[in-house]
Design a protein around this ligand. Structure first.
Ligand code: R1P
Ligand code: URA
Length: 290
């Protein structure tokens, strides 16, 4: 059965609905950033740029870096955008737009997707200015209420422990990312466990004019520990997308890694005065390791 026009939505030129891209536009390795203005911060390092396309918050540049074809796309903020990004990127490589059918299993393409984003540290020993690669991601957002994610025993234990510690009415989800990409790109970085929050203020314990339901939310995040045969697991940092990437990457069969420029530390109360430099250093390091 072909996928209906209301589900696989194509623009008049045959491009996919939100990303505005055709299958030929993208490379197998894709760098993603939240802020559209960060796309040229990546592509200015390219030797040449062959394609520039944008729609809404999704700005895409495709080009060559030291002879390697790379794509950089901005996503905006939040896992709802990551749902669009991952489904549409996957459709570009694994769905035949003419026949409107998924490609046969043995012809599926595995993308390498590298998030370069900013993040706040939860622990005092992770300084502002450091680079952190995510091992486990924990999602406090609702995206995985809608997909049959399969989690390992350890992942379920961690997510259940966080539900109990925070007294949440639902169980978060927990996903360990690609070991291969983490080892390739994250060498010399802090290896951490990232909490993905459905917001920047209340869900990250920030108080401006609104009180929180749980005034000690940050302490709960900081104090959480899970002991297992693999050792002690703590939450190191938070942001707003990584768990969505890791979960959808597992479901769709793509390799995904999240690299975080630590621009805030919620234990010490610091915010980086040189956040652009911290991000740029992470971009350059990543490009050279891909
Ligand atoms: C909040 O300021 C935004 O910054 C972080 C969060 O995940 C959220 O998207 O990531 P980016 O720098 O990639 O946007
Ligand atoms: N991004 C976030 O989501 N939180 C922070 O504290 C910093 C960057």
């Amino acid at each position: 059965m072909p996928i209906p026009e209301s589900e696989l939505i194509l623009n008049k030129d045959g491009s996919i609905y939100h990303l505005n891209l055709l299958p030929d536009h993208i490379s197998d390795t894709i760098i993603t950033v939240g802020d559209p203005e960060r796309v040229p911060m990546v592509s200015r390092h390219f030797d040449s740029i062959e394609t520039q396309i944008h729609k809404r918050e999704f700005v895409t540049h495709v080009g060559y870096y030291k002879g390697k074809r790379l794509t950089v796309i901005s996503t905006g903020m939040g896992t709802d955008n990551i749902d669009i990004l991952l489904n549409e990127l996957d459709a570009l490589v694994n769905i035949d737009f003419v026949g409107r059918e998924p490609c046969p299993h043995d012809e599926r393409i595995q993308l390498r997707i590298v998030r370069i984003g900013t993040s706040g540290a939860l622990q005092a020993d992770i300084p502002v200015g450091s680079h952190l690669v995510t091992e486990h991601a924990v999602g406090l957002d609702s995206l995985m209420q809608f997909y049959p994610l399969v989690e390992t025993g350890l992942e379920v234990e961690v997510a259940t422990g966080i539900q109990e510690a925070l007294q949440l009415p639902y169980r978060p989800y927990c996903v360990r990312g690609s070991d291969l990409l983490r080892e390739q790109l994250g060498k010399d970085m802090v290896v951490g466990n990232t909490l993905t929050c459905p917001g920047f203020y209340g869900p990250q314990g920030r108080v401006l004019r609104l009180d929180l339901r749980q005034p000690d939310l940050i302490q709960q995040f900081q104090n959480f520990r899970h002991q297992s045969a693999e050792g002690e697991l703590r939450l190191t940092n938070f942001e707003m997308e990584t768990a969505g990437y890791y979960a959808l990457g597992r479901l769709l069969g793509h390799e995904v890694v999240s690299l975080n420029a630590i621009v805030a530390n919620r234990a010490t109360g610091e915010f980086a005065t040189n956040s652009e430099d911290v991000i740029n250093d992470l971009i350059v390091k990543t490009l050279d390791r891909l």
